[in-house]
Design a binder for this molecule. Structure first.
Ligand code: C2E
Ligand code: MG
Ligand code: MG
Length: 607
């Protein structure tokens, strides 16, 4: 009943009469009111005694103020709730209890309603004498003279809600979180999943649910004892939470079953994510000094393909989890069979690729690079192939993307650099002329000085001349970590290595930026070379690139030249070099050598 009205300063209003004649025992006013009881009828006297007892005994705080809103009476519960004794508040305005949490408009609305209807009820935050703010359920009623309608008193009743609120919060927590592990329980999981599904629907993306069931947990549990089993579950929960991203929910369904909710996933990354969960459990846990080894079976369902709502998704993920159990546990299965097949293929490919270099299954093919003006061969681009047992010779498109996402490209890249440098040196020794060797490098090789080390090693072991080694990088590589890339390129340049930008035009880099990186050559992407003769605009783009490159002192090479028309067009536009099936396809080293000897006999210009 804090009164924020400007005229409500009633501190000086002494309580000379108590309109209800009800007060608590030890106060002065109580004695006065008891004297006045002597003149009342026995029935009224009894009634007032009852009311007086209620006033003292009720757990609700009671506060009466006069017509100017100065406090004239409070009951013992008032002191319990607010911490103020009666003598501290008599004559004061109830605003001494205000917590400052409500706006002036809030109090204005309260008073407007009080004046209009004679009562107000609501939840309000007040401040105890010790400064603590607490919630209370407050009810205020106006008392008017029945005859004149004149305002006599305000009667406020309020109950402290703090305990009730704390209990409510505890209940809510108990209803949403698993008691043992503190993880969200299924109620909260359902809630979050339904929200995420709605977002995925409107955003047009996919969501995944992973059900994870510990393998042979019963046996582990039995051996550790009940308390040990509980401790293990808590440790497992922490391990799972550690591998989850902040947006993901890890929940416990009960027993030894956990559910991961991934609110937004790319399908191709899902396998690795699921694998990450298994890896989280790979190290043994230590419970009361004993090691416990656990593994899990994981089932994956993808929304909306595998289920239209929470229950359907959970069912699908669970049945996938049972498939994982059937396939020998400690593995991941997808609900959609096709994804299992895709995942199995990918795992087999990665397994083979990991050992491909050691098993000698990688090959390099060499594609000629030609000077457009002199028609001389200036070198070769080394292009990797994988002789995969049972599959034949695989082109890079079948394994380089996987190698890049898994990091295997770093090892493959090292092998390619060594092999290419060895080959370059062999050709030089065999008197094939000073052929340049172009080698493709991936963004991952730029990390932590890997590329510099690999190049240094390849050069020193082969004895190849750095100025005949040309590294091809793509525009996207340059964009990933510009700072790191810049440093690496600088030190490679100092070694004398040449740099080329591969597939130029497919990214967003500007030629001026490339110049700053000390790049020597631009390889214009095949798509533009093909367009030269298809659209008039196509020629205009290539001409612009060539002219700008020239003005910056950069050399240009046209990729994917397949016809004499392509070749002529590039030459007319002022391009320096070319590469493409028209001159020669990528071929093994010995074929390439024969090709070079032939080209010396039959100049390329006449082909
Ligand atoms: P890239 O570096 O742009 O290589 C040129 C690709 O175009 C080669 O495909 C080549 O065979 C193909 N090509 C050349 N001339 C023509 C033509 O006239 N017409 C057509 N249609 N295609 C032509 P390939 O060998 O399949 O290699 C594909 C890509 O794989 C390469 O593109 C390169 O980005 C990557 N790659 C190859 N070897 C390596 C490697 O050792 N390391 C890395 N990181 N990537 C590699
Ligand atoms: Mg290339
Ligand atoms: Mg290219």
């Amino acid at each position: 009943m804090a009164d924020k009205r400007p005229n409500a300063d009633c501190d000086d209003a002494a309580p000379d009469t108590l309109p209800l004649g009800l007060t608590s025992e030890p106060s002065e006013t109580a004695a006065r009111s008891r004297n006045s009881l002597n003149t009342l009828s026995p029935a009224l006297e009894r009634q007032l005694m009852v009311l007086s007892t209620v006033w003292d005994a009720t757990r609700d705080a009671l506060m009466v103020t006069d017509e100017r809103n100065a406090i004239v009476a409070v009951n013992p519960a008032f002191e319990t709730v607010t911490g103020y004794a009666e003598h501290e508040v008599l004559g004061k305005n109830p605003s001494i209890l205000a917590s400052g949490s409500h706006t002036a408009a809030y109090y204005e609305a309260m008073w407007a309603q009080l004046n209009a209807s004679g009562q107000w009820e609501g939840e309000i935050l007040n401040r105890r004498k010790n400064g603590v703010v607490y919630p209370e359920q407050l009810r205020i009623q106006l008392l008017r003279d029945p005859g004149t309608g004149e305002l006599l008193n305000h009667v406020a009743t309020f109950a402290d809600l703090s305990l009730q609120k704390a209990a409510q919060r505890k209940m809510q927590r108990m209803a949403s979180y698993d008691q043992l592990t503190g993880l969200p329980n299924q109620v909260l999981l359902r809630d979050r999943a339904e929200q995420s599904m709605a977002q995925a629907r409107s955003g047009g993306y996919q969501l995944a649910m992973l059900v994870l069931d510990l393998d042979h947990f019963k046996a582990v549990n039995d051996s550790l004892g009940h308390a040990g089993g509980d401790e293990l579950l808590r440790q497992i929960s922490r391990a799972l939470v550690n591998v989850a991203a902040p947006t993901e929910t890890v929940s416990r369904r009960g027993g030894d079953e956990f559910v991961f909710l991934l609110p937004r996933v790319e399908i191709h990354a899902l396998r690795l994510i699921a694998q990450r969960v298994l890896v989280a459990l790979a190290d043994p846990f230590v419970v009361s000094g004993r090691e416990a080894v656990v593994s899990a079976s994981v089932g994956v369902a993808v929304y909306p393909t595998d289920g239209a709502d929470f229950d359907a998704m959970l069912n699908s993920a669970e049945s996938a989890m049972y498939k994982a159990k059937e396939s020998g546990r400690r593995c991941v299965r997808f609900f959609t069979e096709q994804m299992n097949q895709g995942a199995r293929d990918r795992m087999a490919l990665l397994g083979g690729l990991t050992r491909a270099a050691d098993r000698g299954e990688l090959r390099l093919h060499y594609q000629p690079l030609v000077n457009l003006n002199s028609s001389e061969v200036i070198g070769a681009e080394a292009l990797v192939r994988w002789e995969r047992p049972g599959y034949g010779l695989l082109a890079p498109a079948h394994f380089i993307p996987e190698a890049e996402t898994t990091g295997l490209i770093v090892g493959i890249g090292a092998w390619v650099l060594n092999e290419a440098c060895v080959q370059q040196r062999r050709w030089a020794d065999a008197g094939l002329g000073h052929l340049n060797m172009a080698v493709n490098v991936s963004a991952l090789q730029f990390r932590q000085g890997i590329l510099e080390r690999q190049v240094a090693e390849a050069l020193s072991e082969s004895g190849a001349d750095p100025k005949h080694l040309e590294l091809e990088l793509t525009e996207s590589t340059l964009m990933v970590q510009p700072e790191e890339v810049m440093d690496t390129l600088q030190s490679l340049k100092q070694r004398g290595v040449q740099l080329a930008i591969d597939d130029f035009g497919t990214g967003y880099s500007s030629l001026a930026y490339l110049r700053r990186l000390a790049v020597d050559k631009i390889k214009i992407d095949q798509s533009f070379v093909r367009d030269i003769t298809v659209y008039a605009d196509g020629a205009a783009i290539v001409r612009a690139v060539i002219q700008m490159a020239r003005s910056l002192g950069l050399r240009t090479l046209g990729e994917g030249v397949e016809t004499q028309v392509n070749r002529r067009a590039l030459q007319v536009l002022g391009c320096d070099y070319a590469q493409g099936y028209f001159f020669g396809k990528p071929m093994p080293a010995d074929e390439f050598e024969q090709w070079v000897s032939r080209s010396h006999q039959t100049p390329l210009a006449r082909r």
